[in-house]
Structures are given as C-alpha cells and as structure tokens.
Design a protein around this ligand. Structure first.
Ligand SMILES: [Zn+2]
Length: 349
C-alpha cells in the first residue's frame, strides 16, 4: 500500500465521521423508526411462516409444504412493508434475502439462489430448495445424525455395538440403559451418549455451526452472483449480534438472512439482520413419574419399566429436581438419587 492510499483511507474515514456527526437528532429518530419498522415486518413475517408449520403440523415427516411456508412468509412481509400490490418492489426486496433456512426436527432445508447454464448458452439464476440436510456429527465411535428431540440416528461405523444393524435409530438415552449395549457401555464410558450434558452441548454446537456456515456460504455465493450481474449495492453478512439468531435452534424454526437493504432519506444506510422464529413444537420431557403403592418413582424417558405402564402420570418433567419436589424416589435408570426404602422397615411399625 502506497502512502497516498493511507491518505485516501484517512479521508474516507474522516469524511464518514463528519457526515455521521452532522446528522440532526430528528433525522436520527426517523432512521431509527425506519429501522424498527423493517425489524418488526421481518419478525412478524418469520413468525407467520413458522405458525403455518405449527398449525398444519407439517414438520418432521416428509409432508412439509415448503412453498406454502414461503408464500406465508413473503405475503406477510410484503403486506407489512406496504408493497403487496407492487411486484417490482417485491422483486427488489427478495434480492436482499439471499438465503432462508427451514430447520426441521431431523435436518434443515436451504432456500437459495442457484445459477445454471441453459441449452441456449445463457446463464440463468433461479431460487430453489436443497434436499433435507442432516444435522450430522462424527467422532471415533459413530456418525451421529442428531434430531431436535432425544431421538438419534447412529451409524455404527466400526461395529462397536456388536449387533447386526449398522444403523441404530433410538432415543440416545436408551443406549445408556438397555442391556443390549452393556458391553459397549462398560468399555466406552467416554462416549457422548453416556453424558447428557456433553451430548446436548455437542448437539447444539454442531447444529449452530452448520447453520451458520450454510448461511455464510449461500450469502457470499449470492453476493458473488449479484456482483457478476452488475448489481453493486452494499452487502455484508450480519454477524456478531450475540448469536441472537440462534435463540430458537432447539426447536423447529425458520432463519431469514436479510442483508444490504438500503434505507434512510438518501438510502445510504444499510440494514442487516438474521430474523428467526421458533415453532414451539419440541417439548423436552425427559422424566416420567410412576405412581406406585405408597410412593412415586421417577424414571428417565426410555426406561424399560415405564413401557406400556398404566401407572405412569400423564404429566412429564424436564428435570429430576421437579420429580424430587413431588416427593418421588428414583428408579435404577437414574444414576444418582434417593432409592425407595426397603418395605420390611415399614412393616415393623
Ligand atoms: Zn426407570
């Protein structure tokens, strides 16, 4: 870099500061209001889209109607931005949305811009969905395909479980209690399947990193294509917002990357946000309570003793502490806790 480059840079920064501080309080307020309006529109659009999923129950299975999700999202966005009957403005808005993620129970779909060369030799750009991409993770034991619930798909790549199937689909906690896996358990205590905290942490980090990578990748790809098409508005991937976009990733959710949107009186400010909304579908119920003759007994989800058991309370519990507050003793399926006292002691009195 030559010395006059530095001088130029200085001038640009200096001018920037002058312009920014020169703006009146009234103008700042107007900018803030416009910013809030866009945020509100985006949040209500993502909420409407995710509510569509909740209402129709179309998630988890292959029945998800992705086109209808988009339809709900864009209709809501256009109407709150006041452009419901302005196709040109709608097309422009869409250019600021390089990628949308639809995060389902067992994987996610990406809605992105794709470029292809047609038979006529021309290059075209169209929007399309990927297939469902799994939340996958690999360590020395297995290849895991996580889900937002406790269910997991395990690919037993080294036949460590010693069973015929190479793919096990199960509540992961089952591997910590089922007699079928007792040998594996005894020899591999370090496996994440036997440590709830570690399992949850790795699952969450895996999902978060994957989604973040995918958003960054498709956003920069979109910007590259836009650039080549001669579209030169200012794009930047919104980052460092305290990961507020990840608030709903333990539930079925939608992520909408909205970037480079020019606003303000001269449209020289840029709005960036990753808008998200969760469907409130996944309920984490890890513990069950069984009503025995004179006491309550708490069980982990997946314990053999609560299968087809009419004595299990309908209410489920997120933590063992809640069961203890109810006065419950703990079954052997829970590592630590108060066991039921021997009945003989009671008979004496
Ligand atoms: Zn139990």
């Amino acid at each position: 870099m030559k010395i006059y480059h530095f001088a130029l840079l200085f001038l640009i920064f200096f001018l920037g500061i002058v312009i920014k501080t020169d703006i009146s309080i009234g103008e700042l307020k107007a900018l803030e209001n416009e910013n809030d309006e866009i945020t509100k529109s985006l949040i209500s659009a993502t909420s409407d889209a995710v509510n569509y999923l909740t209402k129709t129950g179309s998630y988890g299975a292959e029945s998800i109607n992705k086109e209808e999700v988009l339809n709900t999202l864009f209709t809501s966005l256009y109407s709150s931005l006041g452009i419901i009957s302005d196709p040109a403005a709608q097309a422009e808005i869409e250019m600021y949305i390089p990628v949308i993620l639809l995060c389902d129970v067992d994987g996610y779909y990406v809605y992105y811009y794709d470029e292809y060369k047609a038979g006529d030799g021309n290059t075209y750009i169209e929007r399309t969905w990927t297939e469902k991409i799994p939340y996958s993770y690999e360590d020395k034991y297995f290849i895991y395909r996580f889900t937002l619930t406790d269910m997991a798909y395990l690919y037993d790549k080294n036949n460590m479980l010693g069973i015929d199937e190479s793919v096990v689909v199960s509540d992961y906690k089952e591997l910590g209690i089922s007699p079928l896996y007792s040998d594996f358990r005894a020899n591999n205590r370090g496996c994440i399947l036997f440590n709830d905290e570690e399992y949850e942490l790795i699952k969450k980090t895996t999902i978060m990193n994957k989604l973040e990578d995918v958003m960054a990748y498709y956003t920069s790809r979109h910007n590259y294509m836009a650039n080549r098409q001669g579209i030169t508005y200012s794009f930047s991937f919104p980052t460092g917002k305290g990961e507020e976009w990840a608030e709903y990733i333990d539930d079925v959710n939608i992520l909408v990357v909205f970037q480079g949107y020019p606003y303000g009186p001269d449209r020289n400010y840029t709005y960036n946000k990753i808008a998200s909304a969760g469907a409130n579908i996944i309920k984490k119920s890890s513990y069950y309570v069984e009503e025995k003759s004179w006491y309550y007994l708490a069980h982990r989800q997946g314990c053999e003793k609560i299968k087809d058991n009419d004595l299990v309370l309908e209410e489920t519990f997120d933590t063992i502490e809640e069961c203890i507050r109810l006065g419950a003793y703990t079954c052997e399926c829970i590592e630590h806790g108060a066991r039921v006292p021997e009945l003989k002691l009671w008979e004496r009195y």
